[in-house]
Write a protein that binds this ligand. Structure first.
Ligand code: SF4
Length: 187
């Protein structure tokens, strides 16, 4: 069976990604590489939920150490850029490169990301970063997991299992922006 190393950003986006990849005949191995999630308490919460579904759905998942320092070092210059801008490009590149490198070292032919299940992500940005990281040994699987009913199935399964749904993308900058947006909407 074809194996794919799947970068997992959160449990909600994991749902359609696993379903789609399995339908397409892939054996899925998860990789929860997310130094971009802050604070650590939130990281642990999302990890716990990913783990819960991974166990229920029998998705072997690799958990690296949590190390947000590099994320800050590389994204601080872009602290005030909008979501989907340069900060996100650095963040997504970092997570996909780590996934590609692990796939290479484990001899896994394909790598992919759950990020394309999110309606907040720029699909072109995610897929062009992934494609640029492809090598002869490890190939990026372009995807659009949110399409063709992906979002609907994510909502349905999330309700069924009472999965945790975060209200900001992950980094402190996105948390700041979400708080400011809520304040503006309340005034
Ligand atoms: S908004 Fe999301 S994708 Fe962009 S830098 Fe923050 S965590 Fe990464």
């Amino acid at each position: 069976m074809k194996r794919v190393l799947l970068h997992i950003c959160c449990v909600i986006d994991l749902v359609p990604a696993v379903q789609r990849l399995r339908e397409e005949g892939y054996s899925v191995i998860g990789y929860f590489h997310n130094p971009n999630i802050q604070p650590e308490e939130e990281y642990r919460k999302r990890l716990q939920e990913v783990w819960r579904l991974s166990v229920m759905w029998d998705v072997p998942t690799i958990l690296p150490a949590y190390n947000p320092i590099d994320f800050f070092r590389e994204t601080v210059p872009f602290w005030n850029t909008p979501e989907r801008g340069e900060r996100c490009r650095v963040c997504i590149s970092k997570n996909l490169k780590a996934t590609r490198d692990l796939a290479l070292s484990l001899g896994i032919k394909y790598f992919a990301t759950t990020l394309t299940a999110s309606r907040f992500k720029d699909l072109n940005m995610v897929n062009s970063i992934g494609n640029s990281l492809s090598t002869n040994e490890t190939v990026y699987l372009e995807s659009a997991f949110r399409k063709s009913g992906g979002q609907e199935i994510a909502v349905k399964i999330a309700k069924m299992y009472k999965l945790y749904r975060q209200n900001y993308c992950g980094c402190v900058y996105s948390k700041r922006d979400a708080i400011m947006k809520r304040r503006q909407n309340n005034t």
